[in-house]
Ligand binder design. Sequence first.
Ligand SMILES: C[S@@+](CC[C@H](N)C(=O)[O-])C[C@H]1O[C@@H](n2cnc3c(N)ncnc32)[C@H](O)[C@@H]1O
Length: 249
Amino acid sequence: MPKLSLECAFAHENEGIYATLNGMGFSYQDITIIGEAFVEWAGAQEKPVLDIGAAYGFAALKALQRGACVIANDLSPQHLEILTQRVTSDLAPGLTLKVGRFPEQLDFPEASLSGIFASNVLHFLRPRQLKEALQKIHSWLLPGGKVFVVVMSPYIECLKLVIPVFEAQKGGGAKWPGVMPSSRFKPSGEIQVFLPEKIHVFDKITLERVFKEYDFIIDHIEYISRPNWPVEWQYDGRESVGLIASKPF
Ligand SMILES: C[S@@+](CC[C@H](N)C(=O)[O-])C[C@H]1O[C@@H](n2cnc3c(N)ncnc32)[C@H](O)[C@@H]1O
């Protein structure tokens, strides 16, 4: 296998945006305000934290630097190999890798994790998988543990044909208004290469409802603007949704 490095992952002309090697979107150096909150939380915990869909590990590395024990998961072994190449030897003992598809191929003992970060990954899950995902996250967290989530909203310029479909499905009372086949719209530019057959976007209301339904307390939810994204992706400052939620004691 050729030696992998972050440099060989296609870097967007905008600094800090790296294409995944398996066509599943991009890995962002800007881990957002939600990622920074995860890193701060992780550094203060005794039990390990989990980064689901960690890709090249921008958040995982920051958490390791804060002294956290980090389990980095991804379905791509190549992404995790790049991550290991980026870890300095002093931090390596704190890192555990878990290759596998979440939620199906990932398991941890009940109440064994203090925090979980899932950034730009839940929007790849179908509703059935999302139910299992939330049950597993809830089970793995300690009481009082926190989950930190960033997901794609429909409010992205190059995907804006999604917006009326999303709003119509939501207005019609759909439980999962953000699920739609990519063929229902025609994204422009390079982003189309990185879209699966079905996407699952969320607005604030839908994401909050889903987490409440699975017995989480919502600590914080907000739209996140992405000023570092290419202009042709930026819409109106609601490009991502960020959530922090706790498992009750
Ligand atoms: C869009 S990238 C996001 C990377 C990083 N979390 C971030 O926010 O910059 C999605 C990553 O999640 C991984 N992924 C997608 N679906 C997954 C799943 N069901 N289980 C585990 N990893 C998954 C992909 O391989 C990819 O590395």
